[in-house]
Write a protein that binds this ligand. Structure first.
Ligand code: CP3
Length: 341
């Protein structure tokens, strides 16, 4: 069986599993070769290239899981959102959603017709992975709403909070539409055979705990509750220290956290019956050397070989990271946590 899936299910494992967000990215020469002058969206829409990018990363790094090659923005095309992914910036939306009528005008998402290529890519990726676990994913309603409303990446998400506070009806209408889309999208991924799913609520750490409970938690919980019990569910948020107690109530099996908190604190605050993924600083992985050795040792010391630890970075791999550094992390974590038998 899979060490990664066993860890998600809090089972005793032979060693601590490892994988990295954005492990199939620009830091990897084989990915740059696949990419050439193509956009990330073109690669995601080409099942042969998308599956190759995932398999290359898994094979070269020796990680315990791969994540499907897609982008959180893709299903929004089916809802009528027009965007491009700008290099070193992120998603830029040309028709942002700013009011109740913009929300009402969104198209109905239809998974098979709108993102059929994602499911074809899942089939192709499973065929290339030889049994390594494959993680499906979606952006979470809040983080997707953030990109739709702001129109460009934003640190403060001021317009998003503006709609939330000033027009709660438009906000809940938008969240309902996104929740419906995310449920259908993840359900189809599961039916196509992904082994686990990760929900990226990357930017929801900008909310206070009570606003999270009021404006976001019910939708996130609806997504997780709707999915098959047999598939582990991972929730990711950057800067999540203020919301851990709230996250323990959304129905996720694993919380993925970044480096701004000690990983042991997640279990201390949420209880031991939860998987925790993370949380090395990606900048330490890029830096390498003693800084990286120390970072890996600190995360392992904090996790204390608890059941349910999945070693990862606190966020995506930075593009200046030498691939050798990540290979070293995988080897080190596997070796140091291997049970003596
Ligand atoms: O191995 C993998 O992780 C690849 C699959 C993947 C991509 N995007 C491909 C991609 C995944 C899991 C994502 C998720 C994603 N996309 C998130 C959630 C994760 C997170 O970081 O919080 C978000 C917020 C996005 C939106 C997005 N797309 C951003 C912020 C960027 C970076 C822009 C930049 O140039 O720095 C992208 C582009 C993107 N998506 C790249 C990749 C491999 C890099 C650009 C490229 O290869 O052309």
């Amino acid at each position: 069986m899979s060490v990664f899936l066993d860890a998600c299910r809090l089972k005793e494992t032979e060693y601590t599993p490892v994988w990295f967000m954005r492990q199939a990215g620009r830091y990897l020469p084989s990915y740059r070769k696949i990419k050439g002058s193509k956009s990330v969206l073109e690669i995601a829409k080409n099942p042969s290239l998308a599956s190759q990018a995932v398999a290359d990363a898994v094979n070269q790094l020796g990680v315990d899981a791969g994540i499907i090659f897609a982008d959180i923005m893709l299903p929004l095309e089916g809802m009528g959102v027009e965007f491009r992914i700008e290099e070193n910036v992120g998603p830029v939306v040309s028709n942002p959603v700013r009011n109740a009528s913009d929300v009402a005008n969104l198209d109905e998402f239809e998974a098979e017709t709108d993102v059929g290529y994602v499911f074809d890519a899942i089939d192709a990726t499973l065929a290339k992975l030889n049994g390594t676990s494959l993680i499906g994913f979606s952006g979470a309603p809040f983080t997707l709403a953030g990109y739709m409303i702001e129109g460009a990446p934003s640190r403060e998400l001021g317009r998003t909070k503006g709609m939330m506070y000033r027009d709660p009806e438009a906000w809940s209408a938008l969240m309902r539409k996104l929740t419906k889309m995310v449920k259908q999208y993840l359900d189809r991924q599961v039916r196509h055979g992904v082994d686990a799913v990760q929900l990226f609520d990357s930017w929801v750490g900008v909310l206070s705990p009570s606003d999270y409970e009021r404006y976001v938690l019910p939708y996130t919980k609806e997504v997780f509750d709707s999915l098959s019990k047999n598939v582990p569910k991972i929730h990711f948020c950057a800067d999540s220290a203020g919301l851990l107690e709230e996250f323990s109530a959304i129905g996720a099996d694993v919380l993925s956290v970044d480096w701004r908190l000690r990983i042991g604190e997640v279990w201390e605050r949420c209880g031991d019956e939860l998987g925790v993924q993370g949380n090395l600083d990606p900048a330490a992985a890029a830096a390498g050397g003693d800084v990286l050795d120390r970072g890996v040792a600190e995360v392992l010391a904090e996790a204390k070989e608890r059941r349910g630890h999945i070693f990862s970075l606190g966020h995506g791999v930075l593009k200046e990271t030498p691939p050798e550094n990540l290979k070293m992390v995988v080897r080190t974590v596997h070796d140091r946590t291997r049970r003596k038998r």
